[in-house]
Design a protein around this ligand. Structure first.
Ligand SMILES: Cc1cc2nc3c(=O)[nH]c(=O)nc-3n(C[C@H](O)[C@H](O)[C@H](O)COP(=O)(O)OP(=O)(O)OC[C@H]3O[C@@H](n4cnc5c(N)ncnc54)[C@H](O)[C@@H]3O)c2cc1C
Length: 341
């Protein structure tokens, strides 16, 4: 089988690699002139072991992706650094709620512990002293996303796969790309998948686009520090600090609106300061921003679940929002197990 892959993000690259391992011929087309410039290469690289909705199709892919990353890191040659996730709380009411969260996470097989008072200060001196406790969980990894993507790119090329950079695929009518006819085509173009598939998928999902920010900061942590802001706006969720793989910290957050799926967003400083404000509230020292990445995020609306549609030799990945990098190897296998010419 000869497969054309559109998009050189995590999903496109993992799909191309997996397809080559299965003995298929593969060409991958990427609009940008280098790999890693889009969402997959510009995020903090957290391998999230679980995501909401907990019993959804999305979460099954996330959990499977976590396991596959462990295997593939050895097979392809990238590193995963294991870290803890820390959710601090500052009121007795939250303390009680965290007990419920703890039971829930244990049900999913996590090692969960509640740390309070002096023990919290000793283990996590960076956390603001007004917090009375924190839930601590193991089982999270971080990767350098760019390193993963570039290693995959190298592997694909060495296995005989074609990678065409700087080639923007137009909306498809058939399985012909760049004059080459493919048996099957995978459209993994992030927020642009919808526009590329409009002639081959009569029922594309409704989607929200928004800005996802990721800022590298001067704060160094060995663990992921997260706070959830509960708002009526369903998609404004976690803000936090993550240990950036290369040693410095990162802060991340997002908003969603009916924005256009633009290729490049200007760094939106109101959004960054919002994320930084929520994040800074958790630590005793305010970190400085070193660099900021602002990329489009896409969510299927309503519901927020992921939609992977496979029809007549086309596979389309719609709305693969966070934690899509974690799930990417599982999504690749899901597609290739079902894709027929
Ligand atoms: C701020 C932020 C933080 C995140 N944090 C995490 C995290 O910590 N952990 C996690 O697991 N996930 C995270 N994510 C989500 C994750 O980055 C995405 O789910 C994942 O990268 C999606 O991969 P993709 O391959 O679908 O899309 P992308 O990485 O967007 O790749 C799509 C590619 O298609 C190319 N393309 C578009 N149009 C065309 C065309 N016409 N022709 C050819 N090529 C085209 C684009 O240039 C791009 O390279 C985060 C996302 C953001 C924005």
């Amino acid at each position: 089988m000869k497969i054309g892959v559109v998009g050189g993000g995590a999903i496109g690259l993992y799909t191309a690699y997996e397809a080559l391992k299965r003995g298929y011929e593969v060409d991958l087309y990427e609009a940008r002139t280098r790999i890693g410039d889009s969402a997959s290469g510009r995020m903090p690289g957290l391998l999230m072991a679980i995501d909401r909705p907990f019993h959804s199709f999305k979460n099954r892919l996330v959990m499977r992706g976590m396991k596959l990353h462990r295997e593939l890191s050895r097979e392809i040659g990238y590193e995963i650094r294991d870290v803890e996730l820390v959710l601090p709380f500052d009121s007795p009411l939250l303390d009680r709620l965290m007990w419920i969260a703890r039971l829930y996470m244990r049900y999913f097989g996590f090692n969960v512990e509640i740390v309070r008072g002096e023990e919290l200060r000793r283990r996590y001196p960076e956390i603001n002293s007004r917090f009375i406790g924190a839930v601590r969980m193991e089982g999270f990894g971080i990767v350098d996303p760019l390193d993963v993507l570039l290693t995959l790119q190298e592997r694909i090329t060495s296995m005989g796969g074609g990678i065409f950079l700087g080639y923007r695929v137009p909306p498809l009518h058939d399985k012909v790309i760049n004059g080459v006819e493919y048996d099957a085509v995978v459209i993994a173009a992030g927020p642009h998948t919808r526009e590329l598939s409009r002639n081959v998928d009569p029922k594309p999902p409704r989607q929200r686009f928004g800005k996802g920010i990721y800022a590298v900061t001067s704060l160094e942590l060995d663990y992921i520090l997260v706070k959830f802001r509960v708002t009526s706006w369903k998609y404004t969720r976690g803000y936090g600090f993550a240990p950036y793989y290369k040693g410095i910290g990162s802060v991340y957050g997002a908003t969603f609106s009916w924005a256009p799926a633009k290729e490049d967003y200007d760094a939106d400083y109101s959004l960054i300061s919002q994320a930084l404000e929520i994040g800074s509230d958790m630590v005793s020292e305010k970190p400085n921003i070193i660099s900021v990445h602002c990329v489009p995020r896409v969510v299927n609306y309503p519901g927020g679940d992921w939609i992977i549609r496979i029809r007549r030799g086309f596979a389309m990945t719609y709305g693969i929002s966070t934690p899509g990098f974690t799930a990417a190897p599982a999504i690749a296998r899901y597609i290739l197990d079902r894709l027929k010419p």
